[in-house]
Ligand binder design. Structure first.
Ligand code: F6R
Length: 615
């Protein structure tokens, strides 16, 4: 949600910033802006719309400034207009700031600043920050650094920010609370790169510092980084070496990141599955989980908290863990959990699932659970993310960088981890016979190949998608472990093609949604699970009897359901509990093709942003 980038060094800042914004655009694309600073000039450009719109309004000239900050916005306070675009100036136009997050007490601070004579040009909470810094600087006989600290001490809410001051062009100050911020260190501290994540930085340096909450860093060329708390007390920091292959952050031969990420899954799944399996015997291990394994098996219950697509993988986790290990699981939307005074006990294990590891609601719910004494466990995709750092235990999905706003490969990697976890728990507490556990592991080893085979259906799915471009509403049905997939398929269609879709447990259809079925409402039915097959066929009959169109996702050898369907997508057969990984592929591809054919921007769907760092 909003991306910030900054640079201070000897290079020209402009190309670094504009390229950085392009790489961070997945975090928000409502408006963009850049501030460039040198001893003799201070220039700010901004524009409503995407980074390309900003580039189009920036005059063609050589930008010589070696310092700058930039921002790509996902609107929270104020519409996505020019006046609300960052960077925001202070009243005197001497200080400029870019900010990701939300300042909750901004109205109070704004009123106070207005009473001091400050005028506001935007509707944003960010303009309050920059004027507050200025008011502290002017009124308090303090230097720039202390003025920033004094302002930060008054802010409630979340921020990752970068601040520049015209009178001190040798200094870039950054601060973090709640929203992520990484600092890249150039050779011998000669230059610094800052960004909301490592993606815009790794091309220049792989040595990074991740700021913690309530920390401020002062970046000056050829000087070691100074990290302090907001009261000025020096803090220790660690420099981490991060390796990110450039292929991971570019589209390569693909038209969209989403398609590239869908096609990466044979690899991402191999990476995720095989990094938790011993090479010779089929033993599942989770490095660093140590004690947690015992705790998981003896847990009173496991509480899974997540949002969106990660919540769907949590629901799949519930089916898997209860089925294979018989440990009680509850799954909650993190946003509801954190505000409904939930009962969390010391012997609960709270499992937070998140691609980004930064989703504000999931992070807050995890922190709350920790305060209640529960053991926290995170399944995350982003190394060094807040959840990964703060959880008692962490298991990484090795899906690689996910840039498409709609989550695809991170979802299947999460489900793969949950499958491994459920099998290993079941084996350990002797619910699962060793032979069955071994055969499931064997099948799981094959899943990346089955996914590759399923991807061969891409052109069939694209052809099928063509017939649904005018459809306004869809129903997705599944049973058992494939019910959460029905939710996932519907969510994906909604978010990238803007077609209304609802996911339902197939049997629930007759308790309401069946009333909607007619020739105009297609139903996608997942009919791969052996355990529920006959029941799903009956549900399909109910749809057919009401003249509904059926698209079915079935096993390769299916006859009955396929014969009743208007459209059929066949997938390779795999054990019921492992199906969600394989079945996710046609669902994601279907949404992708419908959206692309409708002319929608699948990588940057309207109103959305990846990594929702606000509530
Ligand atoms: C949907 C999607 C979102 C995210 C949700 C949680 O395709 O990507 O629903 O799943 O915002 O994000 P993470 O997993 O980063 O916590």
């Amino acid at each position: 949600m909003c991306g910030i980038v900054g640079y201070i060094g000897q290079r020209k800042a402009y190309p670094i910033l504009i390229e950085g914004l392009k790489r961070l655009e997945y975090r928000g694309y409502d408006s963009a802006g850049i501030a460039l600073l040198s001893k003799d000039s201070f220039e700010v450009y901004k524009e409503a719309g995407k980074v390309a719109d900003l580039e189009a309004v920036i005059p063609e000239k050589e930008y010589l400034q070696n310092v700058g900050i930039a921002h790509t916005r996902w609107a929270t306070h104020g519409q996505p207009t020019f006046k609300n675009a960052h960077p925001h100036y202070s009243e005197s136009k001497d200080i400029v700031v870019v900010h990701n997050g939300i300042i909750e007490n901004f109205m109070l601070l704004k009123r106070r600043l207005i009473s001091q004579g400050y005028q506001f040009r935007s509707d944003t909470d960010t303009e309050v920050i920059v004027n507050l810094i200025e008011s502290e600087y002017k009124g308090g006989d303090v230097n720039f650094e202390i003025a920033v600290n004094k302002a930060l001490q008054q802010l409630h809410g979340a921020y990752a920010m970068a601040v520049l001051f015209k009178e001190e062009p040798e200094k870039l100050i950054v601060a973090r609370k709640g929203s992520p911020l990484a600092i890249g260190i150039g050779k011998e501290y000669a230059e610094f790169f800052i960004a909301s994540d490592a993606i815009p930085i790794v091309e220049y340096t792989q040595d990074l510092i991740y700021l913690n909450d309530n920390e401020v860093a002062i970046l000056e060329r050829n000087k070691r980084v100074k990290v302090k708390d907001i009261y000025g007390k020096p803090k220790r920091y660690k420099v981490k070496h991060i390796e990110l292959d450039n292929n991971m952050i570019t589209k390569g031969e693909y038209e969209h990141f989403m398609l590239k990420e869908i096609f990466e899954q044979p690899n991402t799944l191999s990476n995720t599955i095989f990094s938790h399996l011993s090479e010779k015997e089929d033993t599942i291990y989770f490095e660093g989980l140590g004690d947690l394994k015992e705790q998981l098996n003896n847990a009173n219950r496991i509480l899974i908290i997540a949002c969106g697509t990660s919540w769907h993988s949590g629901l799949i986790g519930e089916y898997l863990i209860e089925e294979l290990a018989r440990v009680p699981v509850e799954v909650e939307y993190a946003s509801e959990f954190r505000y409904r005074n939930p009962i969390v006990k010391k012997n609960d294990i709270v499992l937070a699932i998140s691609q980004s590891g930064e989703t504000a609601d999931t992070l807050a719910a995890m922190r709350y659970s920790k305060e209640q004494g529960a053991t926290t466990f995170a399944i995350c995709n982003v190394y060094g993310s807040s959840m990964a750092r703060e959880a008692d235990f962490v298991a990484y999905t090795y899906a690689g960088v996910e840039i498409g706003v709609a989550s695809t490969k991170a979802f299947t990697a999460q489900v793969a981890i949950l499958s491994l976890l459920a099998i290993s728990m079941g084996e350990k507490n002797k619910i699962l016979d060793t032979k069955i556990a071994q055969s499931l592991i064997k099948e799981l080893r094959e899943v990346p190949k089955l996914v590759a085979k399923t991807l061969e259906k891409d052109s069939t799915i694209a052809k099928l998608a063509k017939d649904f471009l005018k459809t306004t509403s869809f129903l997705y049905l599944g049973r058992g472990v494939n019910f959460p997939l029905a939710l996932e398929g519907a969510l994906k269609l909604k978010e990238i093609s803007y077609i209304h879709a609802e996911g339902y447990p197939a049997a629930e259809m007759k308790h309401g949604p069946i009333a909607m079925i007619d020739e105009t409402l297609p139903t996608l039915i997942i009919g791969t699970n052996e355990a529920y097959y006959e029941k799903v066929v009956s549900n399909a009959q109910e749809v057919k009897a009401r003249k509904g169109t059926i698209i079915s996702v079935v096993n390769e050898d299916d006859k009955q359901l396929a014969n009743m369907s208007d459209y059929v997508i066949r997938v390779p057969k795999v054990a019921d509990v492992l199906q969600p990984i394989v079945v996710a592929i046609p669902l994601h591809l279907f949404s992708y093709h419908v959206a692309v054919m409708k002319g929608c921007n699948v990588d940057q769907p309207r109103n959305l942003a990846k990594s929702v760092t606000v509530e």
